[in-house]
Design a binder for this molecule. Sequence first.
Ligand SMILES: Nc1ncnc2c1ncn2[C@@H]1O[C@H](COP(=O)(O)OP(=O)(O)OP(=O)(O)O)[C@@H](O)[C@H]1O
Ligand SMILES: [Mg+2]
Length: 504
Amino acid sequence: MSFSVNVLAKIAIELQSGIGHQDRFQRLITTLRQVLDCDASALLRYETRQFIPLAIDGLASDVLGRRFALEAHPRLEAIARAGDVVRFPADSDLPDPYDGLIPGQETLKVHACIGLPLFAGQNLIGALTLDGLVPDQFDTFSDEELRLIAALTAGAFNNALLIAQLENQNILPAAAPAFEKAAHTEMIGLSVGMTQLKKEIEIVAASDLNVLIGGETGTGKELVAQAIHQGSARSANPLIYLNCAALPESVAESELFGHVKGAFTGAISHRSGKFEMADKGTLFLDEIGELSLALQAKLLRVLQYGDIQRVGDDRSLRVDVRVLAATNRDLREEVLAGRFRADLYHRLSVFPLLVPPLRERGEDVILLAGYFCEQCRVRLGLTRVALSQRAHALLLTYAWPGNVRELEHAIHRAIILARAERPGDNIVLEAHHIAQQGAPERPVQESQSVAPTPNLRHATEDFQRTVIHQALTQNGHNWAASARALDIDVANLHRLAKRLGVKP
Ligand SMILES: Nc1ncnc2c1ncn2[C@@H]1O[C@H](COP(=O)(O)OP(=O)(O)OP(=O)(O)O)[C@@H](O)[C@H]1O
Ligand SMILES: [Mg+2]
């Protein structure tokens, strides 16, 4: 079989229809999977030596959050280098990035695999990947046909990129700039809240306003500060970090403003403060809510007059610094309670940003989980790290009081646990790997709209009980069969059931 005119027409039409780029690409990928009869298809964007999935079909939803670095993915590197259709032999020993990520086929490896690099002129802008579980599945397609599909897609894709650039829209996930640790700065998330936040970041970055970044612990305030700096006209100059919580009163002033030799005992030489270091750049004052009232007054002075005085020096020094401040406290309340100066609060909060808690970001939890799985996979040299269906469900039901940081740690620990349970480099995270962990010892933050977060262990034990009950019911209370269905060792199931009180 080769493609009919109808097939090509259908692809061309999908590329013109749809509301917005995301929708159009999703339609394209779904159509390709149907008409080419593959088990999985994906459209990836290429940037800064990594492939970023934009639309997927037939793959686990956490793939959208994964970032595939060329260094870690020989197959994708081959596609990036090829300049033309790449057909991988069914027995290729290059691992496929989607191995084990086709739902329902977690234990199967991808067999047939084709990569189509997408170009704009000489520049690689992305790739289409087609995967199948049957080795000779794609043999009937000719290279000419595949090239035609690649050319159609590349044209539409390049237009979308250009339009997004013109509109300066943040619709396509932006890879981090080439400088600095690229992999660490991207903000993963497609939820309404995160899309809105990214737009606000873009707007405020271009202004030179001071920004107050609020949000619960672990929501990503530091990433927001980095994104603002990187998106600003100051990005070529330094972003200086200062944690106000870790600032003993005795050295705080010198940390901020510097000191001259002999200013105090121990000031054996001249030292620049953070404000001087951040000149023409950005100063990020983390945990600003912890700053003493005395230092708040000094900070206010700098913001008002743009000059600083080093400790022990009468002269003042002009500095050109943009201040970004972050806090997980409600600063308005702090002002009312007399712990934070109202005038400083107003100076800082000209443009307040609020980073939404993870529990309000819906499916972003899955994308982030995929992102952290892939990061860990590379760091630990594993072949694959996939999430089971039940793990997906658990991730979505838990409230994550520690937000993204808690999720990141939960995934790391789950991988270590899973590997200890079943050594090897092929890991599937089950709900109990994520659940076996105690909640971090920190008080749950109360919020008006959300029910108090249950303790992680209790919540996950409840979940485990439900799942075990369900498995037993479905398997006529046969423990061996239930253990198989749950994919755990039968002895472990007995132990777990006993501990959870499912079994007397
Ligand atoms: N959207 C995101 N995409 C990818 N990683 C994220 C995202 N948000 C947060 N992270 C990661 O989660 C961790 C916590 O983020 P960060 O340190 O910025 O939180 P925070 O709001 O400053 O927390 P705290 O108030 O406790 O200081 C970091 O490792 C960060 O890289
Ligand atoms: Mg922080």
